[in-house]
Design a protein around this ligand. Structure first.
Ligand code: HEC
Length: 109
């Protein structure tokens, strides 16, 4: 019983989230999902808004000195406590570059 109710509110929650996130069509960028959005949706849970949360041993991204290529490698392959995210970029390769820029941007904060 309790699980069923939880399950339905989750489905409802997802519906609401997907509706509200499709509103932002005002940007004239050709990419479908921005790096900031990808970061918020997939990375904040471990790395935090500013890259310093360190959940489950996540490296401080603001202090990272990795090259763009190495960042890409981490994102696509994962490492130890970090899962691979290659599935996010099967359709939209540009989004990966945008996400990498977003990760590098964290160093300037
Ligand atoms: C489940 C938690 C988790 C999530 C989600 C996660 N990471 Fe990580 N991340 C880690 C951990 C743990 C490490 C350290 C891995 C190691 O070197 O052992 C790490 C390391 C990194 C590094 C290497 C930094 C350095 O200087 O060594 C980068 C870059 C990175 N993550 C980017 C991302 C991005 C971008 C996302 C979102 C697509 C993301 N991470 C999502 C846990 C996570």
């Amino acid at each position: 019983m309790a699980f069923q109710r939880f399950g339905w509110s989750l489905v409802l929650g997802l519906l609401i989230t997907s509706c509200s996130s499709s509103e932002g069509e005002s940007t004239d960028k050709p990419i479908e999902v921005s790096g900031i959005q990808l970061y918020q949706e997939n990375c904040v849970i471990c790395h935090g808004d500013n890259g310093n949360a360190g959940i489950s041993g996540a490296t401080e991204l603001s202090k990272s000195e990795l090259s763009e290529d190495s960042i890409k490698y981490y994102i696509l392959q994962g490492k130890n406590g970090m899962p691979p995210f290659s599935y996010l970029f099967t359709k939209d390769k540009e989004a990966l570059n945008d996400l990498v820029s977003q990760v590098i941007e964290l160093r300037r904060r």
